[in-house]
Design a protein around this ligand. Sequence first.
Ligand code: S3P
Length: 427
Amino acid sequence: MELKNAKQLRGTIAVPGDKSISHRAIMFGAISEGITEVSNFLQGADCLSTISCFQKMGISIDNQPDYVVIHGKGLHGLSKPQSVLDAGNSGTTTRLISGILSGQPFDSVISGDASMQKRPMKRILTPLSAMGADVRSEKGNDCVPLAFHPAKLHGIHYNSPVASAQVKSCILLAGLYADGVTSVTEPVLSRNHTELMLSAFGARITSLGRTASVQPQSRLKGLKVEVPGDISSAAYFIAAGLLVKDAEILIQNVGINPTRDGILKAARAMGGNIQKLNKRTVSGEPVCDLLVTSGPLHGTTIDGELIPALIDEIPILAVMAAFAEGTTVIRDAAELKVKESNRINTVTDNLQRMGADVTPTEDGMIITGNPDALHGADFNSCMDHRIAMSFAVAALALKHPCTMKDAECVTISYPSFYSDLESLICL
Ligand code: S3P
């Protein structure tokens, strides 16, 4: 795909629904009693994988353009899937459903695409096994396919070595089916959408600092969920608005949960002009509109507790760093290596293609901004949606033609990304 350059961006945009929240609405609706109606659901390939997994387990899900209706069958209403559950490219689908499958009275197998088959599952196999789950990696490599057999689950207290909402949520969902309290302590608090939404569905779940606990549950009740816009998708427009020389963009209806808003903190630390307008609460999640105005950026350090709150935004922050004045250090982010691609490698490779000064490290990267040395490039998404979107934004701010290999992978989280971006280009 040929990518556009731009001198001026203007306009208003509403990014699609939050991916994490869309997944959870389907899952929790399926195991609740009665109807769950979801509006602003993200129609991305990852969330469609979650829908198809639950349809295979006998849940009727009516996916309309404006809303999704899930006819929940309760915690014990799922039925044995007749074939392998296909999570596609989605780690969230794989890891969260695994918590639910562990507690079912039937056999099941979950697998995914080529990238998914390389992603680490030991992080959930260890705690699920400690709870008594009968789960194993079919190839013995701690990756999918994972095979589940019926087993009695026990509550545990788990000290997670990684700050991962996928791991935390997997354990909490298994905990609904366990015979005692289940709790998870994380090294740093990860996104808390599971805790907020499960509680709204009627689960007895508590959070205290870095620990979340859930009681065994006999019933959850369906509800209406309005999904806020995805801050991870908004991040590309925040960066575009800051990097293109003459830009002013209003991004409407963006979820700003404090466990997700690291992009705002980091972009402001780089000097970015971002205003929060019209703050409100939508389905228990904080939401606002963001007004972004271009201006010079400078380097910063991104590390520690901030990392889980912006883990998916590091590729676009790295692009911003390449255009900023001075050096940006990203560390404590070894998790980047086990995302849809090894994002330390794929970000470094694409930054180097455009002439940026970047040094990869074991747990991040060091980028020294040198806008005058940057030039057009043939980028490679490596089939990773966030790499494709990050470097499409880089192309906007570069002065020369650029192309993207496998650009269409953005359908994973943002099917209309390129047309939305184009709608803002004035010159
Ligand atoms: C997600 C959690 C994050 C994030 C992913 C979505 C979720 O993964 O990278 O895109 O919905 O729980 P980890 O929690 O494993 O870091």
